[in-house]
Design a protein around this ligand. Structure first.
Ligand SMILES: [Zn+2]
Ligand SMILES: [Zn+2]
Length: 149
């Protein structure tokens, strides 16, 4: 069980969150940071990651702490795309589920469409319990029984 402030031995996203890389941060607070995807799949393609090392969506649970973290990640992603891509046709937010995730540090993909090039949409197809899961769907899954204020 990873405690608060836990970091993985060599995780590029932990390094980014600790600001020990040259990656330009679009947003940073004590819970999350956001930056551009190094290999963008869309007109705008940002990643929002928790500062704490959480490997994948499988490590999130139905509890208030995880629910509010993911809600916050989504809020930050929405805010950034509204700021930087208000004219985009569609904004999409979601996660790759293991084993199809690239980096083992939870990251929310924030996509302002269109995809570039267009075939990149393949990477973000929902395939039931595999593939890409929309942020709203994930929030439904981890929503605690007791309402979060
Ligand atoms: Zn990490
Ligand atoms: Zn990913």
């Amino acid at each position: 069980m990873a405690g608060a402030g836990a970091v993985a031995a060599s995780c590029i996203f932990c390094d980014i969150a600790r600001k020990s890389t040259s990656t330009a941060l679009l947003h940073a607070d004590d819970k999350v940071v956001a930056f551009q995807d190094i290999n963008p799949s869309a007109f705008r393609h940002y990643l929002v990651i928790p500062v704490e090392h959480i490997p994948t969506v499988k490590h999130l649970h139905r509890k208030a702490e995880d629910y509010s973290l993911v809600s916050h990640m989504l809020d930050v992603g929405k805010m950034l795309l509204l700021r930087d891509a208000p004219q985009a046709k569609h904004h999409r937010f979601g996660f790759h589920q293991p084993p199809l995730n690239s980096v083992d540090h939870l990251h929310l993909h924030c996509l302002a469409l269109p995809y570039t090039p267009r075939w990149r949409c393949m990477k973000y197809m929902s395939l039931g319990s595999l593939g890409f899961i929309e942020a709203d769907k994930l929030l439904e899954k981890i929503k605690p029984a007791i309402a979060v204020p």
